[in-house]
Design a protein around this ligand. Structure first.
Ligand code: SAH
Length: 343
C-alpha cells in the first residue's frame, strides 16, 4: 500500500489529500525519504546550491506568537545593519564564491523603497542573484524591488489553516499573505513559500492541505522547518521540535514539486547536528549558510539555540561544504535558478 502510493508519487507527482495523510501518518519514513532523494537526483541532480544569508534587521512590526523577534518581546536586543554594511557583506559573499544573497529581516519599515532599491542595485553590480525575505509589502513595493533587480522572494504562508494562522499571527491576515504570494508571482519573481511543522493546533490533515497549496501556487522554492518554541513568546510551553515530521513534509514537497529548489533549513540543523545533511538526503538541494557578522547573528533569534550562531561566514560555508562533498554531492557553480525558469 505505502509502496504503491510512493510509486504513484514518483511517477505522476500527484497525490490526493487522503494519500498525503496516509504517508504523513506512516511511522517508517525511510521509504518516503528515499523516494524523495531519488526524485531530487533525477530532476535537480547532485548539485547543492549555496545561498549567502544576510539577516540585516531584527526590528519587526508584527507580533507572531511563535517568533522570538516579535514586536512585544522586550527582551530581544534590536539591531539594524546600515545599507553600506549590508553591501559589504554582499561583497564578502561574492568574494567567497556565493552566486546568491538572501536578505532577510523582520518586517522593518525603516527599509523603505529608496533604501532597499539602493541596496539591491549595489548587490546586482556584484553579479549576485538577490533574494528578498522581508515580509508583507504592497504590490508597488514588490514591483520597485523587482525593477531594481531582485529576482526571488521567500514568504512562508506558515500554515494554510487560516483560523490557526489568525490565532498565531494576531493582527495579520492570511488573505493578505496569500495576496503577497500572488503579486510576487505576477511580477515575475521566483517565489518561495513554506510552513512550520509542529505548530500548536496544526493537524496532519492541515499539513496535507499545505502540501497541496504549494502545488496550487506553482512554487519555485519551498522551505519547511520544525517549529521550535522560544522562551520569550506566548508559545514557550508548547512542544514543537518535530524533526521527523518536518523531514516527511519536505520529502512530500519534493515528490509533488519535483524540480523546485528546497532548502535544508537551519531549524532542522538546530534540532539535529546532522539535520541539514539528513535533509539533503531526503529531498533538499539548497543550503543557506549565514554570512551575517557574528556580533549580530545571535540577536536574530527567531528560536533559541539557532545552529551556527557562534560561527563566522567562512566557518558557516566551509563546514557545510565539506559535509556536502563527503556525501558525494557537489557545490553548484551557477546561480541555481528554478530549472523550469532557465532561459
Ligand atoms: N519577516 C519575514 C521573515 C520571517 S523569519 C517574513 O515575514 O517572511 C523567517 C521564518 O522563520 C518565518 O517565516 C517562520 O516560518 C520561521 N520561524 C519564525 N519563528 C520560528 C520558530 N520559533 N521556530 C521555527 N521557525 C520559526
Amino acid at each position: 500500500m505505502i509502496q504503491e502510493l510512493l510509486d504513484k508519487a514518483v511517477n505522476t507527482h500527484q497525490l490526493k489529500h487522503g494519500e498525503l495523510l496516509t504517508l504523513l501518518q506512516t511511522e517508517d519514513s525511510a521509504p518516503l525519504l528515499a523516494a524523495a532523494d531519488s526524485v531530487r537526483r533525477q530532476y535537480v541532480g547532485d548539485e547543492v546550491h549555496l545561498r549567502a544569508l544576510i539577516e540585516f534587521s531584527n526590528h519587526c512590526r508584527n507580533n507572531c506568537c511563535y517568533c522570538g523577534i516579535r514586536r512585544a518581546n522586550r527582551k530581544a536586543v534590536r539591531y539594524r545593519l546600515k545599507p553600506v554594511e549590508i553591501i559589504n557583506l554582499g561583497q564578502q559573499a561574492a568574494a567567497m564564491g556565493f552566486k546568491t544573497v538572501v536578505l532577510q529581516s523582520g518586517d522593518d519599515a525603516w527599509f523603505d523603497v529608496p533604501r532597499l532599491t539602493y541596496i539591491i542595485s549595489a548587490l546586482k553590480k556584484l553579479d549576485l542573484a538577490v533574494t528578498l525575505s522581508i515580509g508583507e509589502k504592497s504590490r508597488e513595493e514588490y514591483q520597485a524591488y523587482r525593477e531594481a533587480g531582485a529576482a526571488r522572494y521567500l514568504l512562508r504562508i506558515e500554515t494554510t489553516d487560516s483560523d490557526l494562522y489568525h490565532r498565531l499571527d494576531p493582527g495579520m491576515s492570511w488573505e493578505n499573505r496569500r495576496r503577497c504570494l500572488q503579486d510576487l508571482k505576477e511580477l515575475g519573481y521566483e517565489v518561495g513559500s513554506g510552513i512550520m511543522v509542529g505548530l500548536p493546533g496544526q493537524s496532519l490533515s492541515s499539513i496535507a492541505d499545505d502540501i497541496l497549496f504549494f502545488q496550487e501556487c506553482d512554487l519555485d522554492m519551498c522551505g519547511i522547518g520544525p517549529f521550535i518554541p522560544h522562551p520569550d513568546t506566548p508559545l514557550a510551553d508548547y512542544p514543537g521540535r518535530a524533526f521527523d515530521l518536518s523531514l516527511k513534509v519536505m520529502a512530500l514537497a519534493r515528490l509533488l514539486l519535483p524540480d523546485i529548489n528546497i532548502p535544508a533549513t537551519t531549524a532542522m540543523e538546530t534540532l539535529n547536528p546532522e539535520g541539514r545533511i539528513i535533509a539533503l538526503q531526503s529531498g533538499a538541494n539548497v543550503v543557506m549558510p549565514n554570512v551575517t557578522s557574528p556580533e549580530c547573528r545571535r540577536f536574530y533569534e527567531l528560536y533559541p539555540d539557532k545552529a551556527g550562531v557562534g560561527e563566522t561566514a567562512e566557518n558557516s560555508r566551509d563546514s557545510i561544504a565539506g559535509k556536502i562533498r563527503a556525501i558525494g554531492r557537489s557545490i553548484g557553480r551557477s546561480a541555481g535558478s528554478h530549472k523550469s525558469k532557465k532561459s
